[in-house]
Design a protein around this ligand. Structure first.
Ligand SMILES: Nc1nc2c(c(=O)[nH]1)N[C@H]1C(S)=C(S)[C@@H](COP(=O)(O)O)O[C@H]1N2
Ligand SMILES: [Mo]
Length: 316
């Protein structure tokens, strides 16, 4: 991770474009919709073919301003589609996220290969506006749409032996060109402790900005764990296994000294190669002031209790 730092000459034009340009465009569309003008101003690229319906609003995310949609969907980490931030949006364009199956196995009463629709449709979708803090010391705010992982797991009936949840991304080098390169051992794998998985904040996201998840953001279904560094939030999941033992995780397996299993956001514990005290805000420009990183990425109230008795000054 952080294989190369961006030089100022590498900054994507979308990052330099001021937020107000994007916001004005959005407001224009909203105002036009409200005035009934939308029919005549809609152009095909503005048409919203993949809007999700029946999304419930929840109190999560009060006071947060989402990062512009254009940036959320064009500044990505998804090494299966290349290691540069602007690779995935292009390289994942033809990715087939439908049809999709997720195998759920291990310590569950109801193991099986579940169709994406069967997994998702019994649940009401919720919007969750969460901070996303990458271990590379940048952050954004994303309005996800999804289902609490706890609700999804309840339906497959975890046994009393289930202590961890392991996740696996699709392995398909034909579709995921980055998997031809050995930057990581494929497939990408991640894991949570059972109580972390059951925490109400932990989300299985199927959308963002009210629309189906774009391929570059982990279509059709990905994990979102907002109090941990972004690499825990594994994309394009094809397997969920409930296990007795702590499962291996990709970045820990690749560089154990630099990435732990827990990977909780902690401004006081530095990465071996850089400080985690501050973060660069995506959308505010490369040279604008950094923001202080918050313990557990600002979710202490909800999750600090999961780690009582654990020495948080230690690197996990
Ligand atoms: N399968 C897979 N999942 C992944 C990654 C990846 O390379 N492969 N990158 C992670 C990292 S480092 C981050 S910061 C987030 C980025 O999510 P976003 O592109 O939707 O913002 O996805 C995470 N999930
Ligand atoms: Mo990340």
């Amino acid at each position: 991770m952080l294989i190369k730092q961006k030089k100022s000459s590498d900054i994507a034009s979308s990052e330099i474009t001021s937020k107000s340009v994007f916001m004005n465009r959005r407001h224009f569309i909203q105002a036009a919709a409200a005035s009934g003008l939308i029919g005549s101003i809609m152009t095909p690229d503005m048409a919203d073919a993949s809007a999700l319906s029946g999304v419930g609003k929840t109190p999560y995310g009060k006071g947060l301003t989402p990062t512009d949609q254009k940036l959320v969907t064009s500044y990505n980490n998804f090494y299966e589609f290349g290691t540069s931030k602007d690779d995935p949006v292009d390289a994942a364009r033809e990715f087939k996220a439908k049809p999709w199956k997720v195998t759920i196995d291990g310590e569950v009463g109801k193991p099986g290969d579940y169709n994406f629709e069967d997994l998702v449709s019994p649940h009401k979708l919720q919007e969750r506006i969460y901070r996303l803090r990458c271990v590379e010391a940048w952050s954004m705010v994303v309005p996800w749409v999804g289902i609490p992982l706890a609700d999804m797991l309840a339906r497959v009936e975890p046994t009393s032996k289930a202590k961890y949840v392991a996740f696996e991304t699709l392995h398909d080098p034909e579709q995921m060109p980055g998997q031809h390169r050995r930057v990581l051992k494929w497939p990408y794998v991640e894991g949570l402790r059972m109580d972390e998985a059951m925490n109400p904040l932990t989300l299985m996201a199927v959308g963002l900005y009210g629309e189906e998840l774009p391929n570059q953001n982990g279509a059709p279904i990905r994990l979102v764990v907002p109090w941990k560094y972004g690499f825990k939030s594994i994309k394009s999941i094809v397997r969920i296994s409930l296990t007795e033992k702590m499962p291996p995780t990709s970045w820990n397996r690749s560089a154990a000294r630099e990435y732990g299993f827990y990977a909780n956001v902690n401004p006081e514990v530095s990465h071996p190669r850089w400080s985690q005290a501050k973060e660069r805000i995506i959308g505010e420009g490369y040279f604008s002031a950094k923001k202080e990183t918050l313990m557990f990425n600002g979710y202490s109230e909800e999750v600090a209790g999961l780690y009582t008795g654990m020495d948080l000054s230690k690197y996990y």
